[in-house]
Design a protein around this ligand. Sequence first.
Ligand code: ADP
Ligand code: MG
Length: 224
Amino acid sequence: MSIIEVKNINRGFGHGHGRIEVLKDLSLSVEKGTFNLLLGPSGSGKTTLLNILGTLDQPDSGQVWVYGDDITTYSDNQRNALRKTGMGYIFQSVALISNMSAYENVDFFLRINKINYQERERRILECLKFVGLDKRMHHKPSEMSGGEQQRVAIARAISHRPELLLADEPTGELDTATGLKVVHMFKKMVEDTGTTIIMCTHDRNLIHFADHIFEMEDGVIING
Ligand SMILES: Nc1ncnc2c1ncn2[C@@H]1O[C@H](COP(=O)(O)OP(=O)(O)O)[C@@H](O)[C@H]1O
Ligand SMILES: [Mg+2]
């Protein structure tokens, strides 16, 4: 069963002679409960595509079905609701709140999602443990390495238990060993909980871990 269907989307930026077409008549289908890589060089359109899947941006034309609904017809409210309850998003730059500890960063996100105190506490501990940071939960981002901060961002993105996790180059700024740890963590999540993950990367070393690779070049999928 597919959780995402993209049909013939186009997305460009700018006007007149300065306009560039970034996604060109792109289609893809993602199976539920799989670990997918969106593989391509910098500038190939990965972030543009992921933002559209995450309802942060809209295509100029074409359709995007998520959980069987065409989200290009959604109102802002419907898009917000889907983002809050239906998906987790990990941004290319980590974007933790700097004056909050790891614990508080995850807690803040769950409070926005109106989860009650006891359930929040349970989930924060569970997610920080999952990413191996339960012992550092009271540390602030400035007291953690880049890899640890990235793992807090992952804990935050999975804390409301989304069925769909979108991750934009989450290993981009990590050393190879830490990057591999993150990818193993994603694979385990897919296996243990049936989450669907779509992760952007330009790193060919990660292709062995994925169930499916969509290879992008210059705004089109050339393979997958
Ligand atoms: N908001 C925007 N305005 C203008 N150009 C953009 C915008 N977003 C992306 N682009 C351009 O689209 C191309 C693809 O960018 P992006 O999707 O970020 O690629 P990737 O994530 O694969 O590196 C790049 O040439 C980038 O400059
Ligand atoms: Mg990008």
